[in-house]
Design a protein around this ligand. Structure first.
Ligand SMILES: [Zn+2]
Length: 144
């Protein structure tokens, strides 16, 4: 390792999602699997008169400032929409999750005794629903 490869103790590099370390999604806390452009790339396409080269140059300067880790679902929910703050993006993701999983979130609580009275297939189904409901609730609580 040359001099350039040395890093100070406080300059720990952020691990990337593909290195097997679970980095939480900025919006919901699930393991991140992609990067979300806070300013959508498509907005650049709306600016008239930018050549391919200029666009690429602008994009090249953006990563440290306006890309955050996110899970695929949050990334696709936000898509090309533009929000003024990161917090507004998080609010948009959460209102989407609340709408999409409205019925699941209303599911009543089950106790072990009730679950044990169900047949194997139904019990498995309900346990999966409970697990998913807990996961959605956890995502909704993430950095409120
Ligand atoms: Zn997410």
């Amino acid at each position: 390792m040359g001099i350039q490869g040395l890093r100070g103790p406080y300059k720990k590099r952020k691990p990337r999602p593909d290195e097997g370390v679970a980095i939480p999604c900025t919006y919901c806390g699930m393991p991140a699997s992609s990067e979300d452009h806070i300013v959508p790339v498509s907005i650049l396409a709306m600016i008239d008169g930018l050549t391919q080269e200029v666009r690429a140059e602008i994009l090249g300067q953006l990563p440290p400032l306006i890309k955050v880790y996110s899970c695929n679902q949050c990334n696709s929910v936000l898509g090309n929409r533009f929000f003024r703050t990161l917090s507004d993006r998080r609010v948009a993701v959460k209102s989407y999750l609340k709408r999409k999983y409205a019925r699941l979130l209303e599911m009543p609580a089950w106790d072990e005794e009730e679950l044990s009275e169900l047949g194997y297939g139904l019990q498995k189904f309900v346990r999966n629903r409970i697990r998913l409901k807990n996961e959605i609730e956890e995502r909704l609580r993430w950095r409120r």
